[in-house]
Write a protein that binds this ligand. Sequence first.
Ligand code: AMP
Length: 602
Amino acid sequence: MSTFLELGLKEPISRALTDLGYEKPTVIQEKAIPQIISSTDDLKAFAQTGTGKTAAFSLPILEILDPTQSNVQAIILSPTRELAVQIGNNIKDFCKYLKDVKVTTVYGGSSMEDQIRSLKRGSQIVVGTPGRTVDLINRRALKLGNVQWLVLDEADEMLNMGFKDELDKVLEATPETKQTLLFSATFPREVEAIARNYMTKPVEITSGEKNSGSDNVTHEYYAVTERTRYPALKRIADLNPDIYAIIFCRTRRETQEVADNLIRDGYSADSLHGDLSQGQRDSVMGKFRKKTIKILVATDVAARGLDVNELTHVLNHKLPDQIENYTHRSGRTGRAGNKGISIVLANGKEKGKLRQIERIIKKKFIEGKVPSGKEIVQNQLINLIDKVHNIDVNETQIGEFLPTIYEKLEDLDREELIKKFVSLEFNTMLKYYENSKDLNDLSSRDNSRARSTNDNMTRFFINIGRKDNLNPGKLIGLINDQNIGDKIEIGAIDILDTFSFFEVDKNFEDKTLEAFAANQPDFDGRSVNVEITKKERSGGGRRGGRKPFGKKDGGFGRRRSSENSSRSNDGGGRRSERRSSDRPKNSGDRNAGGFGRRRRER
Ligand code: AMP
């Protein structure tokens, strides 16, 4: 293994790298730096994000460029604003001791005038997103006639994001004599076409196997159904008390829904997607970097360029449409020498994609079992005990309180004391996972009839259905409006065409009948009639997908409901979840206690 000096870099650069804590070059740096310094040949590099590719292309440029000339000598294109800013900042760090080197970063969503002013002052290196770079070329504010290096970073992503025309324009604005350095984690046809059309006999280097994932990442998959996808996600998060993860979703809506649910269930989570303003995105990313947020729910595009090295997990809530993107996702973990786990939640249909992905990453998925409540509690318990062992005690601060504390605890012996402290922390978790289901039992999960044989629930028939515009959300609103009791738990719901079924905690069986009889509610102009029915009632119908509602609770620094606290899609895609404990005590207003209230609030 060489040093940075041995790779041909001058002392001021090597000193800046030492300041940054870079002790030795990464694989891609070892290969790319001497190659670019010693040859003007074009370069095609297969490199994942997190392999140190920014330094791999920018250090040799810093080594060779002429700091006495202030014209643009290198243009670096990257797919997103975040990545561009990150690259720009990295390069500024690298040239800490190269006083005359100037870097300008240009990207949309920020003042064009400021960027033009910076360019006018003279910059040898410009980092930009394709759209803004072309705008500045068109305005003649950015002149690329003297460019010696064109870097296309994450070329596959730029093409994925539809920047083909912009890339063509920038390529045309640069001289034929330039050296093109193309970095990409995957090489689909479109990227190969760019390489073919715009590069001359490029030298190929790789930080590992082409298109394959990082060696530091373990790939796991968990079999789920649509009903268990979210509970399984929560259990995986719960099993890992120190989780620091990105959950990838396919669409903005899915992203927002998963994030909303996690936040509601008390997780330290937030969402990142294209519907957010730039300011909101910056704020979320800032919090995630500082670990104020531990779980980031994001779309593929929004998470690009997020420079976080210590992710413990990448969770694929749903697999990407383009399976090549899986490599990008999983490459967010296992960076800078750390180990990481990439987890896929896959239903029966999605399983086929796993085989295709295995061919790309050249690794097998390890089949994981969704952890049981007991396993989670055990893990959390051990983690707590480890933390007790490792906690630093501030003797001076705590000292003055100790005599009173000792006195108050005098009557408890060691065993009792341990039991009580552990219970203080764990009663919530134990309660939460009490009677939790085995989420690996796929057969019963997909069978609503099986769900309705829960002995603790009573199944009711109600004479309204889909034709009356009923959906699970409205039905829960209707039940809640009857003022049956604050702690009522509503179980499975089956909405059929002209009638429906719902389950209610057995303890509320009589009260439910009495309330409906006394209130004689109507729904959409139809008077409502409710009867107890047999659980094994035959007849098909859509599954309501509803699990018993839980209790609002606290613990583990999170607000918790029961694991079975549930939500459903009310058919129109609106999130129609609510807990029974959210109900106002007195819901005289028909809408006050049900979904109407939530919707009005939004
Ligand atoms: P990149 O692939 O350029 O996004 O780099 C991934 C991360 O690794 C960044 O946070 C870099 O600061 C860090 N990094 C890059 N090269 C080295 C190195 N030689 N030693 C230690 N960290 C590095």
